[in-house]
Design a binder for this molecule. Structure first.
Ligand SMILES: [Zn+2]
Ligand SMILES: [Zn+2]
Length: 358
């Protein structure tokens, strides 16, 4: 009886991915410290990621029955006995995955390849770590995984640091943009828009943004794009060559995941340029390797290393980066399914949905 009562008072709400890719808002026991390096974080804001949509449509097939979500910020509620750098009350950015800090990969600076292989909200595919679309979340290896949020930075400002902003920044730094360079960004979804804002930090002379939706292109202009191309009506590759006097851009960033956009990147990148791919493309695509060869292009790809979260928080703090305009919708946790509906169907010019406690 006693035990039951304790369990009852410690139920939290969380969003589960169940059989047949169904989302289900349920009550579940509150997570507890299970290892000395754990912290328990009360989630004060989370968001729905494009990847979550891939999971619920089955495009990325995952074994069901886990709490979804891998973007968020929150307040530390409880720390394990081995946690050195965080205490209850601290506000932290939750990264999409954790790094143990001591395996050979973490020690070599490749925390994203951590051998513990623990990612939030993807179930058994990567360590079965319950996700952030919940009222509370357990974070293992907290000292080497979360980063603090200063008082002057709001949840809204810090929300994207642990995933899409890190991804946009990664795509931009991989492109090695030099001041005065011309840059093209394909895809004005949340990641592409983050890439636009990050590209601006490196003073390019042009940021040409390509998408199929005018409202997203307009959002990109507000974040620093100098030119936009709606690829429904204009051939992006040739228009970019025209805008750059025939040479093409020094750096192209593929943030849409569309096969056609990769092809446009090959067409519009100047000789000797860099193609930085951060979009989730289909597993196998047709790729004109010959174009890459004859133009001496370098291609670099991958998901974010998360190595620059502290730098991103600092850039937000000193007002060099502000991605709050991406948050077009805010829903209370109890309405998270409505948030999914809006985000998935891009209703009401949705870019990003922030989920806050009820
Ligand atoms: Zn994500
Ligand atoms: Zn590790």
């Amino acid at each position: 009886m006693q035990n039951n009562r304790i369990r009852e008072c410690c139920l939290i709400k969380a969003l589960f991915l169940r059989n047949n890719f169904q989302l289900s808002l349920e009550e579940t026991p509150q997570p507890v410290i299970s290892k000395p390096g754990d912290i328990i974080v009360r989630v004060t804001a989370s968001s729905i990621c494009g990847s979550d949509i891939h999971f619920i449509t089955g495009e990325v097939p995952l074994e069901p029955d886990f709490i979804i979500g891998h973007e968020g910020v929150g307040v530390v509620e409880e720390v394990g006995s081995g946690v050195e750098f965080f205490k209850p009350g601290d506000r932290v950015v939750i990264p999409y995955m954790v790094s143990c800090g001591y395996c050979s990969e973490c020690k070599a600076g490749r925390a994203y390849a951590c051998l513990a292989d623990l990612q939030f909200g993807v179930g058994k595919a990567r360590g079965d770590l319950p996700g952030t679309q919940a009222e509370f979340v357990r974070i293992p290896f907290a000292d080497s995984s979360v980063v603090p949020i200063p008082d002057s930075v709001s949840d809204r400002e810090a929300l994207f640091v642990g995933d899409i902003l890190s991804t946009g920044y990664f795509g931009v730094t991989n492109g090695n943009i030099q001041p005065g360079d011309e840059v093209a960004v394909f895809g004005a979804g949340p990641v592409g828009l983050c890439a636009v804002a990050c590209a601006k930090l490196f003073s390019p002379s042009k940021i040409i943004l390509v998408d199929l939706e005018d409202y997203r292109l307009e959002a990109g202009m507000r974040l620093g794009a100098t030119h936009t191309i709606n690829a429904r009506s204009t051939r992006a590759g040739s228009e970019i060559r025209r805008l750059t006097g025939g040479t093409g851009v020094q750096v192209s960033i593929e943030a849409s995941g569309a096969e056609a956009a990769l092809d446009d990147c090959l067409a519009c990148t100047a000789k000797g340029g860099i193609l930085s791919a951060i979009g989730m493309t289909p597993f196998s695509v047709k790729f004109a390797m010959g174009k890459m060869f004859y133009k001496n292009l370098t291609m670099i790809s991958g998901y974010t290393t998360l190595n620059e979260m502290r730098r991103l928080v600092k850039l937000i703090e000193c007002k060099q980066l502000d991605l709050t305009s991406l948050i077009t919708h805010e829903v209370p946790f109890s309405s998270i399914l409505e948030g999914y509906r809006i985000f998935q169907n891009r209703l009401d010019d949705c870019i990003k949905v922030m989920v806050v406690p009820d």
